[in-house]
Design a protein around this ligand. Structure first.
Ligand SMILES: [Zn+2]
Length: 165
């Protein structure tokens, strides 16, 4: 904790931006993995306040992710037009993801997806991104939102565009 509080003091002195709003200035939400190598704002080179981020294990679109996106849409509607046309959701997954270490654990993965993990492409990020982009595009509660998908390579630092909006 001491490391983090010290870091916060430096942040507050030099980089704090009181002008930021709850709405990401790029009208973009990135769904990504817990993995500290894949901090979306860092690897995508964006600044404070430009994107909103939802992180979970593997950056997957689970029923909970949909619930959170719908909650965000409602929160946004309380202060403006809310998440809809003009917004983009980016699914960002990565190579060497830790979820592959539990690919043989349906006791963990079935409740995570609320479904048989067999069809969820747990072992390969390109297939998983394509799967999750399709889930979001089919979600009627998010109609009008553009959806795209990226795979980040932890050995090169580069993203590959798997699905364009
Ligand atoms: Zn991961």
């Amino acid at each position: 904790m001491d490391v983090l509080v010290d870091g916060n003091r430096r942040f507050a002195e030099t980089d704090f931006r009181p002008d930021l709003t709850m709405r990401p200035s790029l009208a973009t939400i990135v769904i990504s993995c817990f993995d500290p190598r894949v901090d979306p704002a860092v690897v995508l080179g964006v600044g404070q306040g430009e994107i909103g981020v939802l992180r979970n294990i593997a950056g997957r679109v689970t029923p909970r992710t949909i619930e959170e996106l719908v909650m965000l849409r409602e929160i946004g509607r309380s202060v403006g037009p809310g998440i809809g046309p003009g917004w983009e959701i980016v699914v960002l997954q990565h190579t060497q993801c830790g979820i592959t270490k539990i690919e043989d654990r349906p006791d963990l993965l079935t409740p995570y997806f609320d479904a048989d993990p067999g069809g969820k492409s747990v072992t390969e990020p390109h297939s998983a991104v394509r799967h999750d982009v399709a889930v979001l595009r089919a979600e009627t509660q998010l109609a009008g939102v553009a959806v795209s998908g990226l795979v980040y390579d932890v050995t090169t630092g580069l993203v590959e565009v798997v699905a364009r909006p």
